[in-house]
Structures are given as structure tokens and as C-alpha cells.
Design a protein around this ligand. Structure first.
Ligand SMILES: [Zn+2]
Length: 567
């Protein structure tokens, strides 16, 4: 039976509802039927809503408050059925709008209601007057861009859906909260709204925690991309020797075999190892770096392969080793030559069988770890000297990569330098103008025994000592001027302003050059004496004067070094 609502039909009579309210002031409770209620002020609710909107954004806040109204609508539909069992469908239904008014939410004016619980037909149109949500828009939130009576709307949807036993959706077709003249709602079965599915989504709790986890995941992936980029300074370079190495490393990364990185200290072996890991299929797994030389020999086994409680004095609890920690990923064993014979044997077993036993344990554990080893000494020589197992050497040496020292790829230095400049500018929140031409030239002449690590340290020092918008001078880079290949200026200006041949004493670089070329003091003396004798036409007295010595002193030295045989 369809019922059409005629305005004002018994509508103001809701004594039965009013009677349900009981204030138990001394108990600290307000009852509405069987629901415990709260009397709270609008201002605090308005402030709360503003905070929710500000912290979650409009869309989330809207869902939040729609659901708040929804729960309350469900409760009230239950109450209405209980209170008006003998009444007509319409009178029972009207308890909803009346309850809304009674609770001080809004004055509801029914304009049109067609409902039939049997067929499920429903159409309703209502005007809302003095909505509490419009009021907080006026006092707290300001005018909204969309209808703002969210709690009320959620209530209407839930109440009517529960009453009709099917999903009824109300929409606010105009709202004073967004500048319209009236708040007006219309309700229909969900199927009659083209965007019902989209709207219904507001009623599904959409915990923000899920989104946070999502974001966290994205952050992790961004970080690893960033790491991938950062881990690629080994890839910085144009020199042909280095390009060859990069190609080798790229190939190595794709495969599964062990990689052996050879090269002097500081050439960036760990960075390269990490790059191999990050470019491999294992990049989501752990990367564990171990410097074998930094661990005392009697602890290395426990450190690498784990230890069981009571295995030795001090092993108070069982602990997994680095290999177990690297399971599914990559382990980088720097200075692998330092492994004890027992550790070498266990490593060989891991490589061959993919299994290990913790120290003091007889349980066999499977591990799936890719090994990247590195050494700056010759492993072959260590095998010859019986310091390193030959079978382990062959296992590790499947894919050897020789990393050239920095001095053999100096053309890459400017690129590396600017990479580190960028890094330290960011780290120290500074912006220098980079290396001065003189400083760069010095870098290009230096032989870099500490390789890239030394360059990194030097640039860090330079950035620290240099002010913003100033060039990094050579003094800022090096504590003492580094020995460089002899390149003393051919001429210099003297105090009178005249150009003359450079004074060897003032440059100091000839001594560096002598030391660098490995010339001994005896050789230097011999060369000097021969030179002086040549200039003095083999006259010992004259040569002695050139060298600032007495004749007997020079004669003695000449005889001792075999330059002069007769006295
Ligand atoms: Zn409104």
C-alpha cells in the first residue's frame, strides 16, 4: 500500500518519543530508550570537525561523519519499530525525522513521502531547517563547496534503509552550508541513483592506516630507487678502463655466481658490491657487508655463521650469523683473505652446498646467499703461501673483476668530484662554487693512494672549510700540499718584479719527485757529486766549493762511493 504524505499530518505529535528521555543526573547518565546519550555543546563538536577535516581532508572527513550519522540512524530505526508497533507504516517511519528534531539535530519538514514496505518502493523529499552542521559551517568551517550536512544525511540513509529493508540513498540536493537557500534532501532506492556505487563507498570504513601502509611501501620503494641511484657512483666515469669494468659488473649483477672484486683499498669495492646486489634479482633481499679484517680471528666463525648457546665461554645465547641474516640476499666479504682456515672451510661448504651449521650446533641450516668477496692482496699468492684454500679460491674466482685505481682513471676525477660535492653540499646544507682550477689541477696531478675514498674525504674537508659561494682552494682540500709529479714553474717573478728562472729551492717539489721515484739518499749524493765534478772539469777543489764542502770531505766521499779511485 503506497502512502503519500500530506504535510502536518499528526507530525508534531511525538510525545511517545519525548517520554523515552530520562535524565539521571546524579548517576551521570541520560537515557533515550535503551540508548545512553550525551548532551554536548556544538562548539566543541564544530572544533572537532574542523580538526578532522584539516587532518584527513574533506573526502575522508565526509565519509567519517556520514558513517557517524549512519550508526545513529540504524539505532533509531530499531527504536521506532519498538515504540510504534500498532501504528501505520507512515507513522512508524516519521519517528525518524521526529527523532532528528527531538535530538536537536535539525528541524525536518517532510514535503513528499511515498513508501510501500511490501514492494520496497520509496521516494522521499524533505527540507532541513537549522541543521547543526550548517551552523558549524557558519561558525567554524566557513562556507563549503559541497553540501555539508553529512551526519544528517548518513542518518537519513541508514534509518530509511533499515526501515525499508533495502538500500535507500538520500542526497542533499541543495544545502545552506554551501551557499544554497535551503537544505533539501531526496531519497530513492540505490538502483535509481546512477552513482550509487560511488556514494555507497562513503559508508565503508576506509581506515587511514591502510593508506599509511601504502604510503610507507611507496616510500620504501622510492628509497630503494634512490639508493640504487646513489649506489651507482661506481658508474660515474668515462674512461675506457672503467667502462670495461662497469660492463663486467652489469653482467655479473644479472647472474647468480660469486663475484670477486680485486683492487686497491678505497676504489669503492663495497659500493660496487652493493650495486651488484641492487641490480640483481635479489635486490629486495638483505645486503650484508662484512669486513673480515675487522673481526678478531677467534670470533669470525661465530660472527659469520652464528653460534649456539654454550658453544664457548661467553656464548650466553644463540645468535644467527651474518650469513643467516643475508638469507635471500647478498653478503659482501671484504678482505676475504683474512678468514681463518676453519672459516674458509665453512664458507666453501656454504658455496658448494648452500648450508651451514652454527658454531657449537649440529643442526644443518639451509641458506641462500650470494657471495661477493673482495681483496686488495693477491689471493693466488696467498694460495701459494698456503694461507688460503685453493678450492675456495677457485670457487670465489668464478667472476673476478679488477677495479682500477683512481690514478689510472684520472679523467673520471672531475665527475667523481662533482658527485661528492653534490653529496656534501646536501649533507652540510652548503653551496660552494666547487673546486678552484688550481685545486682541480692539483687533484689531477696527485696519485691518490687512498683512491676514491681519499677523494671523498678530501672533498668533504674542502666543503667544510669553504664558505658558501666561494671556490674550494687547494689549501682547503689538503692539510699539507700533496706530493705531485714534478711540475715546478719554469719561471717566476722575483721581488723586483722581474721574470727569472724558477728557484728550485722555493718549489720544494724536486725533493718530492726524488722520493717518489724511489731514489735513495746514497744515489742522490752520487748524482750530485758526479754533476759537480763534471761542472768543475774533474777539479776536486772546485767541485767541493760548488757543493759547500771542504776538499778532504769531498775527496773522502768520492772515494767511498767509487767515483774517484786515486787520491
Ligand atoms: Zn545542509
Amino acid at each position: 500500500m503506497a502512502v503519500s504524505y500530506k504535510p502536518q499530518l499528526h507530525y508534531s505529535d511525538f510525545k511517545d518519543l519525548t517520554e523515552q528521555i530520562h535524565f539521571h543526573s546524579t548517576e551521570g547518565k541520560i537515557w533515550f530508550g535503551e540508548q545512553r546519550m550525551l548532551l554536548m555543546n556544538l562548539t566543541s563538536l564544530g572544533a572537532f570537525r574542523r580538526e578532522i577535516v584539516n587532518s584527513m581532508g574533506i573526502e575522508r572527513a565526509k565519509g567519517f561523519f556520514l558513517r557517524l550519522g549512519y550508526l545513529s540512524g540504524l539505532k533509531d530505526a530499531e527504536l521506532a519499530r519498538k515504540l510504534r508497533p500498532q501504528c501505520s507504516e507512515l507513522d512508524i517511519f516519521l519517528a525518524g525525522p521526529q527523532l532528528h528534531s527531538l535530538k536537536g539535530m535539525v528541524k525536518v519538514v517532510p514535503l513528499e513521502i511515498d513508501l510501500d514496505q511490501e514492494t520496497g518502493d520509496f521516494y522521499g523529499r524533505f527540507e532541513w531547517i537549522d541543521s547543526w552542521e550548517v551552523e558549524i559551517c557558519q561558525t567554524e568551517l566557513g562556507q563549503m563547496k559541497e553540501p555539508a550536512c553529512w551526519v544528517l544525511l548518513g542518518y537519513a540513509c541508514a534509518y530509511t534503509s533499515s526501515f525499508m529493508g533495502r538500500e535507500i540513498i538520500f542526497r542533499e540536493v541543495s544545502c545552506r552550508g554551501c551557499g544554497d537557500e535551503t537544505c533539501m534532501i531526496e531519497g530513492r532506492p540505490a538502483e535509481q541513483w546512477p552513482d550509487a556505487a560511488e556514494f555507497s563507498r562513503y559508508f565503508k570504513a576506509d581506515p587511514i592506516i591502510e593508506e599509511l601502509y601504502d604510503l610507507q611501501e611507496q616510500l620504501t620503494s622510492l628509497r630503494s630507487t634512490l639508493q640504487r641511484q646513489q649506489g651507482q657512483y661506481y658508474g660515474i666515469g668515462q674512461s675506457s678502463s672503467y667502462n670495461k669494468v662497469c660492463k663486467m659488473i652489469d653482467k655479473a649483477a644479472q647472474g647468480k655466481v660469486s663475484v670477486l672484486l680485486l683492487g686497491e683499498t678505497g676504489v669503492g669495492k663495497e659500493v660496487i658490491a652493493k650495486s651488484v646486489h641492487l641490480r640483481s634479482e635479489r635486490s629486495d633481499g638483505p645486503f650484508v657487508a662484512v669486513n673480515c679484517a675487522a673481526i678478531p680471528p677467534d670470533l669470525i666463525e661465530a660472527e659469520l655463521f652464528g653460534v649456539e648457546k654454550g658453544a664457548y665461554t661467553g656464548a650466553n645465547q644463540s645468535r644467527e650469523g651474518r650469513f643467516e641474516r643475508a638469507d635471500g640476499g647478498t653478503i659482501f666479504l671484504d678482505e676475504v683473505i683474512e678468514l681463518t682456515p676453519r672459516a674458509q672451510a665453512t664458507l666453501l661448504r656454504v658455496l658448494q652446498e648452500g648450508e651451514l651449521e652454527r658454531v657449537g650446533d649440529n643442526r644443518t641450516r639451509k641458506v641462500n646467499v650470494r657471495v661477493i668477496a673482495a681483496t686488495n692482496e693477491s689471493l693466488e699468492k696467498a694460495v701459494d703461501d698456503n694461507r688460503f684454500r685453493a678450492d675456495l679460491f677457485y670457487r670465489l674466482n668464478v667472476f673476478p673483476v679488477n677495479i682500477p685505481p683512481l690514478r689510472e682513471r684520472l679523467e673520471d676525477l672531475p665527475l667523481l668530484a662533482s658527485h661528492f660535492l653534490e653529496k656534501f653540499h646536501a649533507q652540510y646544507d652548503k653551496k660552494t662554487l666547487g673546486l678552484s682550477d688550481k685545486a682541480l689541477e692539483l687533484c689531477m696531478q696527485y696519485h691518490w693512494p687512498g683512491n676514491i675514498r681519499e677523494l671523498e674525504n678530501v672533498i668533504e674537508r674542502g666543503v667544510i672549510l669553504t664558505d658558501n659561494n666561494e671556490s674550494i682552494s687547494q689549501d682547503a682540500l689538503f692539510v699539507t700540499p700533496p706530493p705531485v709529479a714534478a711540475q715546478s714553474p719554469a719561471e717566476q717573478i722575483d721581488v723586483e718584479g722581474n721574470m727569472r728562472a724558477a728557484d728550485a729551492h722555493s718549489t720544494g717539489s724536486w725533493s718530492d719527485s726524488i722520493i717518489e721515484q724511489g731514489i735513495s739518499l746514497d744515489q742522490v749524493e752520487e748524482i750530485l757529486m758526479k754533476q759537480a765534478m763534471d761542472q768543475a772539469n774533474q777539479n776536486v777543489s772546485k767541485a767541493a766549493r760548488l757543493l759547500g764542502l771542504t776538499r778532504p770531505a769531498l775527496a773522502y766521499r768520492l772515494k767511498k762511493s767509487g767515483i774517484l779511485t786515486e787520491s
